[in-house]
Write a protein that binds this ligand. Structure first.
Ligand SMILES: [Zn+2]
Length: 57
């Protein structure tokens, strides 16, 4: 199964540094997963937190 960043399209399988892989984050939306790579996670973390919908668990 190939995961890729939904911002930049970077393939998770193209990342070989384990520390960078750890920095990837994933959001689950129903059955689909949205991955965010280590680069975009740093770049967009504030945007993402600002746009989070108010969801109740
Ligand atoms: Zn990315």
């Amino acid at each position: 199964m190939t995961a890729s960043c939904y911002y930049c399209g970077r393939l998770r399988s193209s990342v070989t540094d384990p520390l960078e892989l750890l920095a990837w984050s994933v959001e689950r939306e129903g059955v689909s997963e949205r991955w965010l790579c280590h680069v975009c996670a740093k770049k967009h973390v504030r945007d993402i937190e600002g746009k989070l919908p108010a969801e109740y668990w």
